[in-house]
Design a binder for this molecule. Structure first.
Ligand SMILES: *Cc1c(COP(=O)(O)O)cnc(C)c1O
Length: 373
């Protein structure tokens, strides 16, 4: 079935005794055993699994063309469970433009446990040259945060396979509707479900989907089920509800995103726009090859220094000046001041998450915010 259909039906795993068309929220933490000691309902204890989480995991596994999925209490924990599942001493090849929270995890939590290099993964020769005998994971992020760099998933998966290295892709900016890394050869896909999957800025969560239930996946499931950083049944219910409209929300984000990127690209106060849908984007051809459309995320440089960027971001009226992305409401953020003084993000960069308001209202707000006297 097609994603629009799966998004609506893949979470309806069990027919409820009371005939609910929408599955109920199962709050019970524990489940009956039968006389043989089995679990007739398929669940034992809700840290290990529960009906709402299984429904969510089944939906994501299907939307991402994987064999299995694991849901976590945040995107950060989803990524961390993979890092935790690696053996101590493993080397990771990570992108230089890696989501800030993951870079921070590697540099602080995994310091002395794992080793890593942060490199420009748009340079495939550099990816190959960075492989060491103990490299176990190539982590990619595309489109990347906050520079919207696009890495060639298929090319990197081919390099990873040839060297028996696991390849994972943080596909948060694309959502399962616009890009399916497993179909391009990736072993694992990660999403912060706080973003497009949730879509309403009211659920924190993360997802990993695996192409195969291999030994590494067993280790990841062990981190999930024994560690227990899992979403509550209510969060899982909310998320499966949100995902039902994901395909249609993405259509709106893409349509608005394209118009906003074109508007900013022509604006005299804008130095550069980073949006994979623009022909001027350095990896536009790769984006066209591996994405169905280009989403609602972009960033741009305001002409002038950090003060011009601050002025613009403080003038918005419709946009919320706030971090995060992927919600129905448009958000804008001065990224450097969120990431802190060690960040390499340009100081005059603003990142925007184009929402589902009417595009004329979104553009009008940017127009007045960028009109400096
Ligand atoms: C938000 C985000 C994360 C982290 O997810 P949380 O749900 O905030 O923990 C990871 N990667 C990307 C690209 C993100 O945007």
């Amino acid at each position: 079935m097609k994603p629009e259909t799966l998004a609506i039906h893949a979470s309806n795993l069990v027919k409820s005794a009371t005939g609910d068309v929408t599955p109920p929220i199962s709050l019970s933490t524990t489940f009956f055993r039968d006389e043989e000691g089995g679990y007739p309902g398929g669940h034992m204890y809700s840290r290990v699994s529960n009906p709402n989480r299984s429904a969510l995991e089944n939906t994501l596994a299907q939307l991402e063309y994987g064999e299995d999925a694991a849901a976590f209490s945040s995107g950060n924990t989803a990524g961390m469970s993979l890092f935790q599942a690696l053996k101590a001493g493993s080397h990771i090849i990570a992108p230089d433009d890696m989501y800030w929270g993951f870079k921070k995890q590697l540099l602080t939590i995994f310091e002395g446990i794992l080793t890593f290099d942060f490199i420009d993964q748009t340079d495939l020769n550099l990816v190959k040259a960075s492989i060491k005998p103990n490299t176990r994971l190539i982590w990619t992020e595309t489109p990347s945060n906050p520079l919207l760099k696009v890495t060639d998933i298929e090319a990197i998966a081919t390099i990873a396979k040839a060297n028996q290295i696991t390849m994972a892709c943080d596909s948060t900016f694309a959502s399962p509707i616009l890009q399916n890394p497993i179909r391009l050869g990736a072993d694992l896909v990660m999403h912060s479900s706080t973003k497009y999957l949730g879509g309403h800025s009211d659920i924190l969560g993360g997802i990993l989907v695996t192409a195969k239930k291999d030994e590494l996946w067993e280790r990841i499931k062990n981190v999930q089920q024994t560690g227990g950083a899992v979403p509550s049944p209510f969060d899982c219910y909310l998320l499966t509800r949100s995902i039902k409209t994901l395909a249609y929300r993405m259509k709106g984000h893409c349509e608005n995103g394209k118009k906003v990127a074109e508007y900013l690209n022509e604006h005299p106060q804008v130095e550069a726009v980073f949006y994979p849908g623009l022909e001027s984007h350095p990896q536009h051809e790769i984006a066209k090859k591996q994405m169905k459309d280009f989403g609602g995320m972009m960033s741009f440089l305001v002409k002038g220094d950090v003060e011009s960027a601050r002025k613009a971001v403080n003038k918005v009226k419709l946009f919320a000046q706030a971090t995060s992305l992927g919600g129905v409401e448009s958000l804008i953020e001065h990224r450097f001041s969120v990431e802190g003084p060690d960040s390499k993000t340009p100081k005059n960069l603003l990142r925007i998450s184009v929402g589902l308001e009417h595009v004329d209202d979104i553009i009008a707000d940017l127009a007045q915010a960028l009109a400096f006297s």
